[in-house]
Design a protein around this ligand. Structure first.
Ligand code: HPA
Length: 271
């Protein structure tokens, strides 16, 4: 199968060119949250453009590279930037890097994003307890990749409950403004209408965003253990009285960056 062959080719290329052994945790860094990658020990950077079949994102705040390095003595790999469906990528392209990471035998993944808050406040970090994927074209549609997982994967605990508790406890001990809640995927690129948000609020959604869920579905299918973290960059449409803008998203992530890095570093110690 062509898609699977491409995953294997990208994995082989990485293994032939870099030391990919013993990587414990993969981390996907969302819009504006890339700074965490800058403070790894002994970092090695790999541009997406060099890796066979890795596409690049044009969105501001995404650096389009993998960074391998150490945090608290653990070897980790970071996706500094990700692909989005709203850029015109297929869901298979969006989730291709996750398949490659899984094929490299990485079992743990932390997926982060910038999100609009229906509850809470801008600048808050939210541990994702569960997600609403009803508006997400499922990336698992098509021939099942049996090497990764089964045709009808269970999604009853996408985000690992123990890790949720570890993250909340770490946030508490570090004095970080942290909550937990439900994340809803929407395709974007337009932000929501106030009515979209009123409806989603009735459904119990805490945060909305344009990423994470496709990656989480594929990571779960690949039997990876997942933690999700949202940075609430703005109050959602209609809750905020201001028009929404990407510059506000990037501004808030840079304001929260220090806490985000502290939290992530603390969580990595524990996983
Ligand atoms: N809506 C959707 N995606 C987002 C938002 C938002 O308000 N903020 C950051 N990403």
């Amino acid at each position: 199968m062509e898609y699977l062959n491409k995953i294997i080719a990208a994995k082989d290329w990485l293994e032939n060119n870099y030391d990919m052994d013993n990587i414990e945790i993969a981390i996907v860094l969302g819009s504006g949250l890339g700074a965490f990658a800058e403070q790894l020990d002994n970092p090695i950077e790999i541009d997406f453009t060099d890796i066979p079949d890795f596409k690049t994102s044009e969105v501001e705040g995404h650096k389009n590279r993998l960074v391998i390095g150490y945090s608290s003595g653990k070897k980790i790999i970071i996706m500094q930037g990700r692909l989005h469906y709203y850029e015109g990528n297929s869901m298979k392209a969006v989730t291709f890097p996750i398949r490659v990471l899984s094929m490299l035998n990485i079992k743990k993944i932390i997926i982060t994003n910038a999100a609009g808050g229906l509850t809470g406040e801008a600048g808050q970090l939210m541990i994702i307890e569960d997600h609403l994927d009803l508006f997400c074209e499922n990336p698992l549609i098509g021939e099942n990749l049996d090497v990764f997982g089964e045709r009808f994967p269970d999604m009853s605990k996408v985000y690992n409950p123990e890790w949720i508790n570890i993250a909340l406890e770490k946030g508490r001990s570090l004095g970080i403004n942290l909550t937990k809640g439900t994340y809803c995927y929407l395709t974007g690129p337009s932000y929501e209408t106030p009515f979209d948000i009123r409806v989603l609020k009735v459904l119990g959604v805490n945060a909305v965003g344009m990423s994470t869920v496709p990656e989480a579905l594929v990571a779960k299918h690949s039997k990876m253990t997942i933690l999700g973290i949202s940075c609430i960059t703005n109050l959602a449409s209609g809750i905020s009285t201001k028009p929404l803008s990407h510059s506000e998203v990037v501004e808030t992530t840079s304001r929260v960056s220090e806490d985000f890095i502290k939290l992530l570093r603390g969580i990595i110690e524990e996983l």
